[in-house]
Design a protein around this ligand. Structure first.
Ligand code: ASP
Length: 327
């Protein structure tokens, strides 16, 4: 790996003319295929730096406000780790009940407050479109860490980076990606399907009837000329699948608890089922899992979901460095 000073991606000074300097990251729709090559180039360098030196001072003196109105383990802690590995610091607000939000403060006012203290704001919120509202109120960059059933762009970026690192960037064109589970409420698959439509992939959707991929997302993907097909059983498509992307049924989004009970155990990946899959493929999951993948499958080399979390650290380091003019 190049040292920090030799790196084509990581300059020492803040570069205000850098393409992503000061930008919000709200949706995967902002990214072109070239942009992704750039993000993944930076993320790859971050990986090398973490492996070699652990922590370094690229964002020394910078502060991130990590504002979470919904539960999170990976997204919240990986943004914290990303900022700290880059030498910056974090204002963590995950218990909004202890902040002025519980007094009825509006999202724009909370955002205007935090940007007085921080250089960048990461926001998770239960309402679709909330990240865009926050970005409108803020002068500092806002990164969408999940807005209801809308989007989860940083997850889709790390998912695509995982596919590249695991199966080879050059292999993406021609791949078959199968998304399984709750495709209606799962924001990660909404973002991932849109992002993968920048490549020549084939996308299969396997879900119960009531949890099908929204038509709006399918129309956007179709407009890019990407072949898509819907199924209710996995067996039909598993043997051709290169990437199996499993999702949790999003209990918290259901209006009717009986509907959740009806579909919650619809698909379970286990070693027996995976006998029908290729040897050279990967199984991904944004996590948390609540029964969709049996722990007995965890030791299979195709189980990429724990490695996927680690790739998330590097992608989030890259994004923070980019919007703060250091990449
Ligand atoms: N962690 C992911 C999200 O926040 C997936 C999930 O919760 O099922 O969307």
């Amino acid at each position: 790996m190049p040292t920090q000073s030799q790196s084509p991606y990581l300059p020492f000074g803040e570069n205000k003319t850098a393409p992503w300097y000061g930008k919000d990251i709200l949706s995967v729709k902002q990214f072109t295929r070239d942009d992704l090559g750039y993000v993944f180039g930076v993320a790859h360098e971050m990986r090398g730096m973490v492996e070699r030196v652990g922590t370094f001072d690229l964002l020394k003196g910078k502060i991130l406000a990590n504002l979470f109105y919904e539960p999170s383990t990976r997204t919240s802690s990986s943004f914290t780790a990303a900022m700290e590995r880059l030498g910056g610091s974090v204002i963590p607000i995950s218990e909004v009940k202890y902040s002025s939000v519980s007094k009825g403060e509006s999202l724009p006012d909370t955002i205007r407050t935090l940007e007085c203290y921080a250089d960048v704001i990461v926001l998770r919120h239960p309402e679709t479109g909330s990240a865009a509202i926050a970005a409108k109120a803020a002068k500092k960059p806002v990164i969408n860490a999940g807005d209801g059933v809308g989007e989860h762009p940083t997850q889709a970026l790390l998912d695509t980076f995982t596919i590249f690192e695991e199966l080879g960037e050059g292999q993406i064109d021609g791949m078959t990606v199968t998304m399984l589970g709750d495709l209606k409420y799962g924001r990660t698959v909404h973002s991932l399907a849109r992002l993968l439509s920048l490549y020549n992939v084939k996308i299969n959707y396997v879900s119960p009837e009531i949890l099908r991929m929204p038509q709006e997302v399918m129309d956007e993907v179709a407009a890019k000329g990407i072949p898509q097909a819907e199924y209710s059983t996995l067996a039909e498509v598993l043997p051709q699948t290169d990437v199996l992307y499993v999702t949790r049924v999003q209990k918290e989004r259901f209006e009717n608890p009986e509907d959740y009970e009806m579909v919650k155990g619809a698909y379970v990946i286990d070693p027996e089922i995976m006998k029908a899959a290729k040897q050279e493929m990967i199984v991904m999951h944004p996590l948390p899992r609540v029964g969709e993948i049996s722990p007995e499958f965890d030791d299979d080399p195709r189980a990429a979901y724990f490695r996927q979390m680690e790739y998330g650290l590097y992608v989030r380091m890259a994004l923070l460095a980019m919007v703060l003019g250091k990449a």
